[in-house]
Design a protein around this ligand. Sequence first.
Ligand code: A3P
Length: 307
Amino acid sequence: NDIGPQDKGFLNEYHGFWIPALATSGVIASQKYFQARDTDILLVTPPKVGTTWSKAILFALMNRIHYQDLQEHPLLTKIPHDLVPLLEGDIYTKKKVHDLNPAFPRLLSTHLPYVLLPTSVKDSTCKIVYVYRNAKDTFVSLWHFQNRLYPTTASLEEAFNKFCKGMSPFGSYWDHVLSCWKKSIQNPGRKMLFLKYEEMKEQPTTYLKRIAEFLDCPFSPEEEAKGTVNDISSLCSFDNLSNLDVNKSRKWCLPDHKMTLFSQGVDNAAFFRQGQTGDWVNYLTSEMTEKLDHIIEEKFHGIGLKF
Ligand code: A3P
């Protein structure tokens, strides 16, 4: 890697993936110590594919019985990252998993690709919700986020070339997606739900119902009649979350400052930029588009995953 280790964007190559240097110890500790339970729900995402949104959705679905009065809902006062801890960030920097998430079943998240997940996760029957997104929008979202996190002197072109070489946090992006997708094909008994950001944007209520069924908490006819599906969809929508004070003004950072990836924190607002699909057309040249299309075609051809 040509970025110095003092740079907060420095990536370590680790078992074929690029892990942010400051997250590496959290990754190793998660692999070593995390004890999954069969009842756990694990959200697995590459960065910038809609992790924050998915956390909000999963939390709202799983806890809806406790928060029937939406005016009292924790999502109105807490960023979703404070409600659903990140394994290699929140949990294995300072606190242990049971300190952070006493709820049952436990809802956790990770940016680790399937092959790097702790063995206890792979050996368990815990459910995995995997979210992915159009690679071009993912890159553009990452570019903006990284610029807010540690303003870089790298140009968009340089960042793009790195992304294409696979050098993105927890990337390569395609191997992240493929690693989980292949596992789900090889092992159909493994409980995994694949969600695509663009499809969730298009049909949020359809996907809410699908996710609720996967989580074994389907909507009852009474809930459907009361409009609970629409209520949760609106609660978790970009318009709602991005306009909440908590998500506009506060600074977000991981609990252990010494080991945190975001040692100076970042505004919560950095997680809510546009929330749209197709913004890449405003950033990528036709050569860039061709290059990425070529990579996607090469990597995903014939594997049965709509990219
Ligand atoms: P953009 O940068 O394209 O706007 P992550 O949470 O994995 O970091 O992903 C961030 C991306 O998800 C950002 O994309 C952000 O705007 C978008 N996002 C955040 N909340 C969302 C929501 N409620 N609905 C749809 N997209 C959302």
